[in-house]
Design a protein around this ligand. Structure first.
Ligand code: AMP
Length: 386
């Protein structure tokens, strides 16, 4: 049994803790608020501000974990290099956790060092440079703070009049100490795809069947597996994912994100942890779901193969207004269809658009369209109130 510290205790962490507990591990779940989803299933919990290096140091000293697993990006990840030097296994590696919290580090690595195809991009740290770079890239383009995720602080810049608004939006929604933006050419994609990639302690790289997903407000709304892409596109995505994960190093699951157009495939970004769109694997689409794969990879346990068992889809269950102690109703109705399932995350409070659960559906003899519609229907039947 290993003592594991999980930094970030949301819904992905919760499912990961369940997988780790099933394999007999001891987990300390950490987040900046109490009663977070993963804390409810872990052995111990800590509530700290994970962006404070000293608070992090204090709990690492107190618990002496053998393994640290980051579940979110809002962590003082520079400290990970020290923990790694002290012999703590940081998942997947201190470099991966540190690089992926900053869009610039990962984009420079992917595009400039590894030569992956990405959208056109540039950076700016003041309004004048932003204006100049936006003109260089051309309209429409997308601006995002370097330290942000899930569409926060992101603006679609369609014309000159949007530039100042983009700057303000980025400043207000940037996490961390520096204000800098990435400006990206807007990609008219047909589909967004997550390629869950598993790297193992003994140097193997394995891939899950590709997942298609749809986003709104920078958050995922539905995902489905397998995404219907060509063998060529899949090979290209796998090659890019293998290159970038190898460079960052370590073992675990990675969510590698791509934009697919008719003729091309662009690397967008990656996260060194289970991915929210990968919750579709909770529908039983694979022999091992993304959390079981992460747990095995981290612990150095065998993963013989990753097989597609069924086709499936997930759709999010969102909060509709602010409130505490939310309750969910409609489960009986939601689960009335064979092949349906639901995961509720047990968050202690809700608000408009907060992700509170997912509806899941899987089947082997229905079309992607029908499977997606059924997952949406299942999710829509669960009502969150407080
Ligand atoms: P991100 O926070 O970078 O994952 O962006 C959130 C979502 O915004 C993505 O999943 C896309 O739907 C959209 N998006 C981000 N960048 C671009 C881009 N360069 N072109 C088109 N859509 C984008």
């Amino acid at each position: 049994m290993k003592k594991i510290m999980l930094l970030g205790s949301g819904e992905l962490g919760r499912e990961l803790v369940i997988s780790l507990k099933r394999l007999g591990q001891y987990v300390v779940a950490v987040d900046n608020y109490d009663h977070a989803p993963a804390m409810q299933v872990a052995d111990e919990k800590e509530v700290i501000n994970m962006l404070h290096g000293n608070s992090l140091d204090a709990i690492v000293k107190k618990h002496q974990p053998a393994i640290i697993i980051p579940e979110v990006e809002a962590i003082r990840t520079e400290r990970f290099y020290d923990y790694e030097a002290e012999g703590i296994h940081v998942v997947p590696s201190a470099k991966a956790a540190n690089f992926t919290m900053n869009r610039k580090a990962i984009r420079d690595l992917a595009a400039n060092e590894l030569g992956l195809k990405t959208p056109k991009f540039s950076y700016a740290n003041n309004l004048d440079t932003l204006t100049e770079k936006v003109h260089e890239i051309g309209f429409p383009c997308v601006t995002k703070p370097l330290m942000s995720s899930s569409g926060k602080g992101q603006t679609l810049v369609k014309g000159e009049e949007d530039i100042e608004k983009a700057w303000q939006n980025a400043i207000t929604n940037s996490r961390g100490d520096s204000i800098e933006l990435i400006i990206e050419g807007f990609v008219e994609f047909d589909m967004e795809v997550t390629l869950l990639t598993v790297t193992t302690l003994d140097g193997k790289v394995m891939f899950c069947p590709p997942i298609g997903h749809r986003q709104e407000r920078g958050d995922y709304m539905e995902s489905w597996q397998p995404a219907l892409i060509t063998d060529e596109q899949l090979k290209a995505a796998q090659n890019m994912a293998a290159k970038v994960t190898k460079e960052l190093g370590g073992a675990g699951i990675w969510g590698v994100e791509f934009f697919m157009t008719k003729d091309d495939i662009y690397f967008s970004e990656l996260s060194p942890r289970p991915h929210d769109t990968g919750m579709v694997t909770l529908a039983g689409t694979q022999n091992l779901n993304e959390f079981e794969l992460h747990a095995r990879a981290i612990l150095g346990l065998p993963i013989h193969s990753i097989d597609l068992i069924k086709h499936g889809a997930s759709a999010v269950i969102l909060g509709s207004r602010s409130g505490t102690r939310p309750i969910a109703t409609g489960l009986e109705d939601a689960l009335s269809t064979p092949g349906s399932d639901v995961r509720l995350f047990g968050k202690p409070s809700t608000r408009l658009y907060r992700r509170m659960g997912v509806g899941l559906y899987s089947s082997n003899d229905e079309s992607e369209q029908v499977i997606r519609e059924k997952a949406e229907l299942i999710a829509s039947k669960v009502v969150i109130s407080s």
